[in-house]
Design a protein around this ligand. Structure first.
Ligand code: GDP
Length: 205
């Protein structure tokens, strides 16, 4: 597991408080309560890494996790790698001012972060994409960043329903958006290996 050994580095309110913009990083985004913390924990294989919460909408921060350096093949030095947990909002209880702050910070981060290789967007497989998700896809479209969509909570659907939801989602991606999607479930472990492989692939691009 290339994401094993992820460690908390810092939490930031602004992009300029993040670790130095070197090496490679992948950002995780999702509306609050989508299941982003659970997904991060499942991917890292570390239950307490990201804080899961049943009280969505609390004040959030950008959180940086360091990964063990990624081997890149013979003669190439290992790559400094990070995961960045972006604040989720879009659910109830986040004041408009705070939403505007995060929208601006996320926009700036996606446009200017040199080490950013891609975005993992986490969304509940049972619901259509919401305003926050579409905003993330628009940012990815605008910046050319690859986006990997984790359709999570798949354990709430039958296998068939989940496959249908995935197919419908893939069809709805606009032409020119560099997006991939998969089914995911944190408690069932569905799609964990696939997602780890995709994140590692993004980090190495
Ligand atoms: P975050 O706000 O996006 O970080 O979401 P959390 O990871 O804290 O999860 C929000 C709620 O959804 C919690 O009650 C989790 O237990 C639940 N949850 C997260 N992922 C899954 C999943 O894959 N399946 C199910 N059934 N519940 C999940």
């Amino acid at each position: 597991n290339p994401l094993h050994g992820a460690q908390f580095v810092l939490a930031a309110h602004r992009v300029n408080q993040l670790p130095p913009d070197l090496g490679a990083e992948v950002a995780f985004a999702g509306r609050s309560n989508a299941g982003k913390s659970s997904a991060l924990n499942a991917l890292a294989g570390h239950k307490g890494l990201a804080r899961t919460s049943k009280t969505p909408g609390r004040t959030q921060q950008m959180v940086a996790f360091a990964l063990p350096p990624l081997a890149q093949g013979e003669g190439v030095p290992p790559l400094t790698a990070r995961l960045i947990d972006l604040p989720g909002y879009g659910y109830a209880k986040v004041p408009e001012e705070l939403r505007a702050h995060w929208k601006q910070e996320i926009d700036a981060y996606l446009h200017h972060r040199q080490s950013l290789r891609g975005v993992v967007l986490i969304a509940d497989i049972r619901h259509p994409l919401k305003e926050f998700d579409r905003m993330m896809l628009d940012f990815c479209f605008a910046t050319g960043l690859p986006c990997h969509l984790l359709l999570t909570k798949a354990d709430k659907l039958s296998r068939n329903q989940a496959a249908q939801a995935l197919a419908a989602m893939r069809k709805s991606f606009p032409d020119g958006l560099h997006a991939t999607a998969q089914v995911f479930s944190s408690p069932a472990g569905t799609g964990v290996d696939e997602a780890r492989a995709r994140v590692a692939e993004l980090l190495r691009t």
